[in-house]
Write a protein that binds this ligand. Sequence first.
Ligand code: 0A1
Ligand code: ZN
Length: 881
Amino acid sequence: MRTDTGQTFRLEDYRPSDYLIPETKLDFTLSEHATRVVAELTVSRREGVSPTAPLVLDGDGLVLKRLEIDGKPVSADSYHATPDSLTLRAIPAADRFVLTIETELAPASNAALMGLYRSNGVYCTQCEAEGFRRITYFLDRPDVLSVYTVRIEADQAEAPLLLSNGNPVDSGSLEKGRHFAVWHDPFPKPSYLFALVAGDLGCVKDSYTTTSGRSVELGIYIEHGKENQAGYAMDALRRSMRWDEEVFGREYDLDVFNLVAVSDFNMGAMENKGLNIFNDKYVLAAEETATDADFANIEAIVAHEYFHNWTGNRITCRDWFQLCLKEGLTVFRDHEFSADQRSRAVKRIAEVRTLRAHQFPEDQGPLAHPVRPRRYREINNFYTATVYEKGSEVVRMIRTILGAELFRKGMDLYFERHDGDAATIEDFLTVFEDVSGRDLSQFALWYHQAGTPNLSVSASHNPSTAELTVEIEQSVPPTPSESRKRLMHIPLAFGLVGHDGKDIAYASVEGATVENGVLHVRKRSHTVRFTGVEERPVLSLNRGFSAPVSLSVEHKPEDLFFLASHDSDEFSRWQAFNTLLTNAVIAAYRNTLGDKPLHFEEGLLELAGRIAQDERLEHAFRALALTLPAESDVARDISHNIDPDAVHAGRDALALRIAEANSGVFSKLYDDLRMSDAFTPDAASAGRRALRNTLLDFLSLLPGGAVKALDHFQAATNMTDRAAALAVLVHRHGGSEQAREALAAFEARHGADPLVMDKWFMIQATAPGTGTLDAVRGLMKHAAFSIGNPNRVRSLIGSFASANQTGFHRADGTGYAFFVETVLEVEKRNPQVAARLATAMRSWRSLELTRQELARQALLAIQSQDGLSADLRDIIERTLA
Ligand code: 0A1
Ligand code: ZN
């Protein structure tokens, strides 16, 4: 385990490497406990660098077995090797030389899942961000690009399949039942994109012809017996390849594209050149085992990794501070892909919900950092919602500001200008300035400055002058180490909605630039005057969530009702109703705390019924609208001194009142939505299921609800419906006979499938109430649980800590004691997963004082441990700071 060295890396310290490695030859002789790696690196000195400059290669826990320069052993006094670095002092004066390095690895005991490891008997690698240095000594930094040739030798029976990046060039049998394969990747790449897979896996093959006629062999490799679950991923891959050609003009560039699913993986998936490696959760899909959400995730992640081939691989990052250059842009691309494959409005609502649930709390808490950070102690901790999701929003804003056409021109220029480069955010912004002639320097603050900007807006209409005046105030709250903020450029899409629901025109506008329905906020305050506005319009702001800001608009109460029913922008319609629901839960929360009776407006309850039945709206939209804001969403809006039990009580009370007020309508609709045709994972069918399952959640609160939910569970013919019913039973009727029966039936049916059991774990771990802690402790002893597998840890422990407000944040602090114990236990094996788990505490300062103090004690208990990993110490110390 890499323990903390206390070293901080800073953006301003970036220097190009003195040495480069234009060619890399790797020879792997695989064995579980003693894999031999011979690296033959062609090293060149960068022009102008003194021949006396030492060559310092990165390592991480390595054992050096042999070292040669140009085929001759290096004398002991000319180098210094530690597990973490290899320094060569006497270097040949020639500009180029070949360095041969032999190391020995034990993949079977690599529990951190970085570098070369074993998953279910399959050898595989994970090198981003700094895993390659666990394989051999190298200039393990993204601006050192190399052409790789890889030879893999293994036991034929143990590993009939031998894969690496690029194209296959040779293979054959060897003595004693061994065999080999050689792969060559003609595209220079940084070490983090290296990959190797060797094992015995099933395979699904297909082929694809690019627009220019290149034929590509596609392969998806999965556990034997699961071949029938790879069809959806293959289809998503083919659709992604076509879409990137059509929308971004990008073609695939190798003869093969392979994708491998492994069951032990720290993240979702990895874009290694020509050899994507996936967490099997994001590949395997069948109606019996995967929910509609799983299908949508698979489609998005397959696309994401594929799109990296251009945004990440062909153009990579100069250094890890530029991570958002590839991640934010690629998330934007996968969002657009999914929007084109599904319903754009529904997709946008789902994205915004995710952003608010994960990125806003990050931006508003101690772990806040700019989309392009300026410093880090452990880069693994910067694969964050800010870098990914906010990074994508920033790219979306560039498109909003420039318009679709100029945006595409800018992207074309980016690909043309930087293909083969390790680029920066400045390079990226410059292409858009060049194609548009705009100055994006104020806009660039979105990359450099952390925190979610707030906009306060009020409007007044003067019928006698036909003028609408809109006052807009901008503020950016302070974040750790950035107390003073500069004013941002915020593109706000808007409309002035007339009484008939149509946008009304205005004659002129002054006080801010308005272009194509977008108002550009650039100053601290704007007084914007629209003339020629005869009737009082309702202001619809931040349509389509054009900017990732917190918006508070002084609406009259009836205005939100109006927008929720009439706004022509579907996102804003959803937003208005969601705000009404959130406000209602917050009011109920305050009354719960004040021991006052709870009251909900009839109009809101009725509107829920009207939305449910509105045939003009897609089913999926209605399902999203009727899904009450999560307890964590409500807590975020309350923002301080939060009592999670009262939030829970307020939210539950609203759910019950909506159900009671609409029981007839909901029941009928629930019955009408029953589907008898064969399962298809398309968005329209998924939308019907989503709405029906949302209605079930409400109906389960009424008398006979548990029986109804059990009927739903038993009648389910797919995982979406089965898991939804199980969640309703366990969350709404926990401990009931029906909940117990469904849990047992689910376990009996799916006990042998770990990915499906993850759903069973997660549903139980997110059951509200103080009893869940003991349940989670009990489930950790279940045969299907394993503390070494990241998916199991995330589904049971991660979901408990980050998605169970009442169960985890118990007033007696026992949830936090469990947290300390478990995070440290996980850390022994896998620091990266432990550090991510620990981010569950990032909003501890928003809690009421008793819980706050208990949470602080828990964090201090972890901090006081000796020998903490760099990953965990970094998160804990920033959380406490
Ligand atoms: N680049 C991948 C994410 C990723 C990052 C780190 C990993 O291991 C520590 C694995 C994957 C992506 O964006 O999909
Ligand atoms: Zn990515």
